[in-house]
Every structure is written in C-alpha cells, then in structure tokens.
Design a protein around this ligand. Structure first.
Ligand code: AMP
Length: 569
C-alpha cells in the first residue's frame, strides 16, 4: 500500500466508524465494540478526556462530565462544558475522530493523515465546515466531506455501470434521514432528502421503558422507580438489549434483579416482551418515517416503481417491521445486506480508493438469494388458505443468519403440527419450492400451550445448510431438522434428515385438511340444523380432495368450511 492512504470516516450521532481499502477491498477497522466507537466524550475521575465506550458507560453516573450526540450541535456556536472547561462542538468531535484514527494507526501500523468524512445530506454549509474543522483539529487533512447516502450507495453500487435511482432509508439511534440519489458510473447525486432529526432507536427504547415502568407501577403500587436515575438507566439498557433480540426472535425476556439500591426492599423485574407488542408500539413512529419517504420521492420527482434499489442504513433498520413496511409502501424488498452500521464508512473508503485511482472491489457479503419460509393457514387473495406462505428468513439476508417466529396450532386440542419448509417469494406456497417438511407430534393440549405457541427457528449458514427447529414454548419440547443444501433449488420430494427428540420419524401427509376435519367434527353438534347438510357435503369433498392429493380443491373447500366454522365456533 502506498503512503497515500486515505481513510473513510462515518462520524455518526450515536456511533462512529473508520474504514480503509485493504488489498483492494473496503474494510471497517475493527477494534473493540465490534468496530463501532460510541460518539461519546467525557472526563474521567482524573480529569482526562475519554472517548467511546468508557465515556458512554459513565454517562448515566456523570452526566456533567459526559457529552453525547455532539453531531446535533455541529455548526452552532453552542459551547459544551466538561468539568471546568468549555469546548466547541468541533473540538468534541475532533476527539472522536482522533480516537478512530489512533485505533486505525494501531491496526494498520502506519501513519494516517488524510480522511474523507461523511455528513448527512441535509447538513448546511456551517455544519459541513464545522465537520471539516473537527478533522483538522484531529490533525487530519480532510480530502472531502461526503454525503452519507452517497457513501451508502457506493457501498452497494460502486461496480455498477448502469444508471439507477436509489432510495436510502437511514434510521439510526436518534435521527432518521431518507434520500433519493441517482447513480451513474460511480457518480452519485443526491436528488432529495427528508427526515426527522428526532426519530430513532432511542425512541423505541423509551417506549419499552414506559411499558416496564407501567408494569412496575402496577407491581409495586408505587412510582418511586420512575424518579430513580439508576433504575431508569438500567431499564433503558435492558430495553435496548430486548429490542435487539426482537429483531431475530419473537419474544425477549427482560430480567433485572435488585433494581432498587440497598436499604430498600429488593425490586425484581421479570417481563416478557412480545415482538408483536413492540411492533404495535413503534408502528406509528415508523408510519411517520414512511410519510417522509413519500415526500422525498415527490421532491425528487421519482416514482417508487422507478427505483432501482432501496437501501437500509443505520442500526434500527435491523428491526424486521422496517423492511416490511417499506416493502408494502414501495413494492420492493429493501437491501440491508451490507452491515447497516458500517456501510457509510465502507462507502467513504470506496470513494477514497476511487479518488486515489485504485482498482476498488465491491463490498463482499454472502447473502441468501431466496426467502425461506413456512406454510401456514392464512389469507390468500381474500380467502383463508392452507397454502399461505410466511417468510422467516428474508432474501438478501447476510449469512450466517438465524431468525425465528411464533406460530399457533389451528385448534387448542391439536396434537400435531406440520412444519413445511419452502424457498421462494410467492405468497402462495404452491408457487414456491418445497425443500422439506416434518411433523411435530405430541403437542401439549392444554390451553396455555396453545396460546403460547410454537417457536420455529431457521438458521442458514454460508454453506447453505439450513437448520430448523420447532419448540413448544410451554413444555420446551423441541424437534429439529437439517436441510443440507438449502441454497440449491431442490425437487419437491426432498427427504429431510431428521433429528426428532420425540415423536415418530417423519410424515409428509397434508395434515392441515385432516386437522380441519377433526375440528369440524368436534363442533358438529353445535351446528345449526340448516347448515348441517352443507357442512357434511364440504367435509366429504375435503376428505376426498385430501385423499386424492388435490391441493387446489382441498384449499378451496377448506376455505369454505373454515368460514362456516368461524360462525359456529
Ligand atoms: P446507529 O446510529 O446507526 O449506530 O444506530 C444505533 C441504533 O440502532 C441504536 O438505537 C441501536 O439500539 C439500534 N440497533 C442496533 N442493532 C439493532 C438491532 N439488531 N435491532 C434493533 N435495533 C438495533
């Protein structure tokens, strides 16, 4: 490598990172905190400046000695006080830049004096100048101030020669930006930006904390925990961890013992948060972000259908609901496979490499080109169907990936369930590829087991091995299976290698129809006399369709039967 090394720096509101081109490829320089440095600066007990995690960790206890989110003040003449000394926002930011650069020097064992630093596309001239100044105060020659959405686009599209319009949706810890950019032969232009300076993961954490506070109010019949700073800090910490867990699992358990300080009765918290409840809580905030998406498209005079790609940037875009809502609104699945916390720094490094005339390769990530899901009962074109496809691992997920979701048996007294694994994008499983299936027998028949459901988990590794498990939550009973070559399209009669802890080996029969019949039989005596003949006719038709293996017919009849059943039950 030449001595001309230019680094790319993402100077973020919550976290910052530094990247470089190494052996022709962009790379974020790791180093504690998985490569990200919290954008926090503080004074330690001896009056020394500390940056990153040590500063963030002391923020709750010593707020007067700690500065967070300095990016919000860049370009203003606001002064921040740390201990006895006043600092400009540029000076505080320069400490963060200095920390990143000294880590990079240690990793690369060479001097670094030149950088490209990214800023939000909406930053005005004063904010850009302040950022440049911060770089200079850190001893850097700032080669360029680069827009964050431009950097993100380069991380995905640096090697594409086709002209394309891209929407960059950037949801971080405290800010939300959306930009529409046009890219042509590596040249990126920001066409429009919109956003909300006060929307991000911190707001989602606060909603969870409020849930926990309400729960504690109820449990303790007292609200003194609300004014206890240490308790609130612990709740925030636990809430953020639970939120992250919910990005891959349907439930998160929040357990905090001895919440109150000594001298008081111990206060223990144990709370289970469901993904569905969390999604209900944040839905409104995310809808607000979608309005900004629409606004940016209007401003750029670009129709959603003309977008070549939608890119996800910022840690909060790992929340699955974000992708779902964007897909609904824009009609296309967004891309988040380049780590959303790192793609801005990677893009800045790519820009640096291109400017230095280097032959820069694109960011390498292993992704799944297909969605992996499960067959469920659900709505298909307005009709209840047993061929409804519920995705578990979305396509373009970075490998390895583990995702899980919760499913429910159709009736409380159901003794078995069929786990049918499909690969594909269609809402109807019959248009996807079935790559395996197994039967979960011996389900617990008590009401709790039914309500708590079965957690189905898919783990896909870089070699295309898909591990599947299904666990009944109440009993902990579990079955698991493996599909060796899940990334290769496979014929329908693929045989699963099963590792059943309980129950018989395997079954491929379509039990859904049978289950429905059992359910109808159970309520037959409650059926109004005038419906009886019709129900019996449908049952016969369903039975014979299942026997013949006529999925189409079974599906249609099952839909009709389900509707009648709905009224009887
Ligand atoms: P950023 O400002 O881009 O570094 O994003 C930081 C925000 O992303 C914080 O609010 C984090 O809690 C949030 N975040 C990071 N990882 C996840 C995850 N797996 N699921 C949900 N939010 C996350």
């Amino acid at each position: 490598m030449t001595s001309d090394l230019v680094v790319g720096i993402d100077l973020g509101t919550t976290n910052s990172s530094i990247a470089v081109i190494r052996r022709g490829l962009p790379e974020v320089l790791e180093g504690g905190d998985d490569g990200l440095v919290p954008s926090c600066v503080g004074l330690d007990s001896e009056g020394r400046i500390v940056v990153g995690s040590p500063a963030r960790n002391q923020a709750v206890l010593f707020p007067d000695r700690t500065v967070l989110s300095i990016k919000r003040k860049m370009g203003s003449d606001e002064i921040v006080r740390l201990g006895e000394t006043d600092y400009t926002p540029e000076r505080i930011s320069s400490y963060i830049l200095g920390e990143l650069v000294s880590r990079a020097r240690a990793t690369l064992r060479r001097d670094i004096s030149r950088a490209i630093i990214t800023v939000p596309a909406y930053f005005n001239d004063a904010q850009r100048k302040a950022t440049r100044k911060a770089g200079e105060l850190a001893g850097l020659k700032v080669e360029r101030i680069l827009n964050e959405p431009t950097a993100a686009s380069l991380a995905y599209e640096s090697d594409s020669s086709e002209a394309s319009k891209i929407l960059v949706y950037d949801l971080g810890g405290g800010t939300f930006d959306v930009s529409v950019v046009s890219i042509e032969q590596g040249v990126v232009e920001v066409l429009a930006t919109a956003g909300n300076n006060h929307l991000g993961g911190d707001d989602f954490d606060a909603l969870i904390v409020e849930r926990l506070n309400l729960y504690l109010d109820e449990e303790t019949k007292d609200d003194s925990h609300r004014s206890d700073r240490t308790v609130q800090a612990r709740l925030r910490h636990a809430a953020e961890a639970a939120k992250k867990k919910l990005s891959t699992a349907p439930f998160a358990v929040i357990e905090e013992d001895n919440l109150k300080g000594s001298g008081r009765a111990p206060l223990n918290l144990s709370y289970e948060l469901r993904r569905s409840d969390f999604e209900d809580d944040i839905q409104e905030l995310l809808q607000g972000s979608l309005d900004e998406v629409t606004r940016s498209l209007n401003d750029a005079q670009v129709r959603a259908g003309d977008l070549g790609r939608v890119l996800l940037v910022g840690g909060s875009t790992r929340i699955p609901l974000v992708s779902r809502l964007l897909q609904e609104r824009l009609g296309m699945a967004p891309h988040g496979e380049v780590d959303p916390d790192r793609c801005v720094a990677l893009g800045a490094a790519i820009q640096a490499g291109m400017e230095a005339g280097e032959d820069v390769g694109s960011v390498l990530v292993d992704i799944t080109p297909y969605t992996f899901g499960i067959r469920t009962r659900g709505d298909l074109d307005g009709l209840l169907s047993f061929h409804h496809y519920t995705p578990i691992i979305p396509r373009n997920s970075k490998l390895p990936v583990t995702k899980s979701d919760v499913f429910f048996s159709i009736t409380p007294d159901q003794e078995s369930a069929q786990v049918e694994v499909f690969q594909g994008e269609d809402p109807d499983t019959r248009n996807n590829t079935r790559i395996g299936g197994f039967r979960f027998d011996g389900l617990n028949k008590n009401e709790n087991a039914y309500e708590d459901g079965i957690v189905v988990s898919y783990s896909l590794n870089v070699d295309g091995i898909l591990d599947i498990s299904a666990r009944e939550r109440v009993t902990g009973k579990q079955i698991s299976g493996r599909i060796e070559d899940a990334l290769a399209a496979r014929p329908d009669d693929n045989v699963l290698e099963l590792d059943l802890e309980d129950g018989p080996d395997q079954a491929t029969a379509d039990v859904a129809g049978e289950l429905l019949l059992e359910r109808v039989k159970a309520v037959l005596e409650k059926a109004p006399a005038e419906d009886l003949a019709e129900i019996k006719r449908l049952m016969k038709a369903l039975e014979s369709a299942v026997q013949r293996g006529d999925d189409e017919k079974a599906d249609q009849v099952a839909g009709e039967l389900s509707e009648i059943l709905f009224f009887i039950e």
